[in-house]
Design a binder for this molecule. Structure first.
Ligand code: MN
Length: 210
């Protein structure tokens, strides 16, 4: 299977002023495009994996020949992570916080939404170097905050991510050079909670069927 760079569901400048246009151009048009290109290159060398989805491959990386494993883990994770990242962001037209079923899950897991934001930001700030902060569902459909290094996906750990924050410097350094905390605070303004809630309900249904 050949993967393609998903088109951004909004313009490069749509997340201004919180995420700047140039960062978006480079992040989507160069960085993510690069992951897709290298992922396809690696997959061309593992014809045995045809028929498996990228999620299936990533969740059991041992199916990949050892000499290609690291490259597939990095570029495959990068493709999945960024595809989710673009999807759950938007120009701030939706609600400023989760609603409905997701809100109730938030309240029973974290208490007030502000407590969740603080816990998530703490996790994001404690991740040294490059990586991601996530809100994911575990096997029992419980919400959990976790972080991963590099381009590792929560899918590798058996989680289903519904919200992800890119903590690589390439995601913020043009506008917030060494100020990850400021980037995290600004980022909440462009989270598209309706999309996060859709993913939540989707995975909830999946888990309840298994
Ligand atoms: Mn990135």
């Amino acid at each position: 299977m050949t993967y393609q760079l998903p088109s951004l569901p909004y313009a490069y400048d749509a997340l201004e002023p919180h995420v700047d246009t140039r960062t978006m151009e480079l992040h989507h048009g160069r960085r993510h495009a690069g992951y897709v290109e290298r992922l396809n290159h690696v997959l061309q060398q593992c014809t045995d994996l045809e028929g498996l989805s990228l999620e299936e491959i990533i969740s059991d990386i041992r199916v990949v020949p050892e000499e290609l494993r690291q490259e597939l883990r990095f570029n495959g994770g990068g493709h999945l992570n960024h595809s989710l990242f673009w999807h759950i962001l938007g120009p701030g037209k939706g609600p400023k916080r989760p609603e409905g079923q997701l809100l109730r899950a938030f309240e029973s897991t974290f208490g007030q939404i502000e407590a969740f934001r603080q816990e998530f930001a703490r996790a994001a700030l404690s991740r040294m170097g490059s990586g991601w902060a996530w809100l994911s569902l575990d096997n029992h459909a419980h919400l959990e905050i976790l972080t991963t290094p590099n381009e590792d996906s929560p899918i590798m750990l058996g989680y289903r991510p519904i919200l992800g924050l890119d903590l690589w410097e390439h995601a913020y350094y043009l506008k917030y050079p060494d100020r990850r905390e400021e980037y995290i605070q600004a980022w909440w303004n462009v989270v598209h909670w309706d999309k996060v809630a859709e993913l939540y309900v989707h995975f909830l249904e999946m888990v309840s069927r298994t």
